[in-house]
Design a protein around this ligand. Structure first.
Ligand code: BGC
Length: 372
């Protein structure tokens, strides 16, 4: 999958995979047939998917996803109100009563146990919505009530530990999660989703989060996985791009990219973190695309293209991108237990397709034709 023509086919197919699998109400399935994800839409995956297709020109698809987010948020308006009230009264509600990371397509919480309390997706949807509205000059009024409620939710609860992007370590404050929340607040301010006192509060909290990231979330000139831990995570490049919480021109961005390349990238395929055992801990095409985006933001398009080509090379014969690929695996002995539990690796993963599109757009590749 390295020739221009075959990349063009893959990009075109990526758009089709995403738009054809989108539910009529706007929900994006994380992966249509993978046992553990079937029937659910994640705020995290969905927001990055919407951002990818929005950048690729699928305006209506992205807008419909934001309609879905707004529908979900407004449906839980009372619950969010209780969360905010309790936090303000100094008695924050337990994790189990916070918002989950994923919902069924109809906006219910679903019956299956999950590592649910995650805050990042609520920042990411605001960020993706703000980008989408600014990119396509859209009227945002219809999304404002839900966006404002989400901002209040984040202002009340951003400082709580919760599960990370990989649905692990609920007891920690993850730098990627803080980055997504900061990006969401910033986008809400820039796009005019918040006004007046709420906007002022968002500005202050954005500053607090940024300060926390810089003062407590760095070590050896790079961003860290969580507060008080100096290891890395493949998700950290997202803070440089596309989220732009860390200025691509600063030393912290350069140090983070260098450290990620050194520790987590193998031939342009990026692992989530050292010690990953999920399906044996392979390399994730979507993380290669995030690192590629960080490279583009620092002016290194050539390197970014190598990450894009590696991600594209993971496509199956039917042009489907997986969640991860093996060979090398960090923990090969742990692969089989996940296959026994959930079946083969999630394929296609819509988030992988979206990140390929997003990086291709950033590299100036025509994602609308069959050849680039
Ligand atoms: C990943 C999450 C992702 C979910 C759905 C999980 O295995 O850890 O980051 O949101 O799959 O794709």
């Amino acid at each position: 999958m390295t020739t221009q023509a075959s990349l063009g086919h893959l990009l075109k197919h990526s758009r089709t995979v995403i738009t054809s699998l989108q539910e009529p109400n706007g929900a994006y399935p994380a992966s249509p047939s993978f046992s553990a994800y079937k029937g659910y839409c994640w705020f995290r995956d969905g927001s990055f998917i919407a951002d990818g297709v929005s950048a690729a020109g699928e305006v209506e698809s992205a807008s419909r996803f934001f309609d879905w987010c707004a529908m979900v948020i407004m449906r839980y308006q009372d619950r969010i109100g209780h969360i905010i009230e309790a936090a303000h009264a100094g008695n924050p509600l337990p994790d189990e009563q916070m918002l989950p990371t994923r919902f069924t397509f109809d906006g219910s919480m679903g019956q299956d146990d999950w590592w649910d309390f995650q805050l990042d997706g609520y920042g990411t949807w605001l960020w993706a919505l703000g980008q989408h509205a600014l990119r396509h000059k859209l009227n945002i009024d219809v999304w404002k009530p839900a966006a404002q409620l989400t901002v209040d939710y984040l202002l009340s609860s951003w400082d709580r530990p919760c599960f990370d992007w990989w649905e692990e370590h609920r007891e920690q404050q993850h730098i990627s999660t803080l980055g997504c929340i900061a990006a969401g607040l910033q986008a809400a301010i820039e796009a005019g989703l918040v006004e007046g006192l709420q906007a002022q509060a968002a500005v202050l909290t954005y500053g607090d989060i940024k300060q926390k990231i810089i003062q407590e979330g760095t070590a050896d000139f790079h961003l860290c996985k969580w507060i008080g831990n100096d290891s890395l995570d493949g998700s950290l490049s997202a803070l440089i791009a596309p989220l732009r919480v860390i200025d691509p021109a600063c030393d912290l961005a350069k140090g983070t990219i260098a450290a990620l390349e050194q520790q987590l990238s193998v031939d342009f395929g990026v692992h989530r973190f050292l010690g990953d055992t999920f399906y044996g801990g392979g390399r994730w095409p979507l993380l290669s695309c995030f690192l590629g985006l960080a490279h583009v933001s620092t002016g290194n398009a050539q390197k970014a293209r190598q990450y894009l080509d590696w991600a594209a090379s993971t496509a199956t014969e039917s042009l489907e991108l997986p969640e991860q690929v093996g060979n090398p695996l960090l923990a090969p002995e742990r692969r089989q237990e996940w296959r026994d539990r959930w079946g083969e690796v999630a394929t296609p993963l819509l988030w992988s397709h979206a990140m390929l599109l997003r990086l291709a757009v950033e590299l100036g590749i025509n994602v609308k034709e069959t050849s680039s």
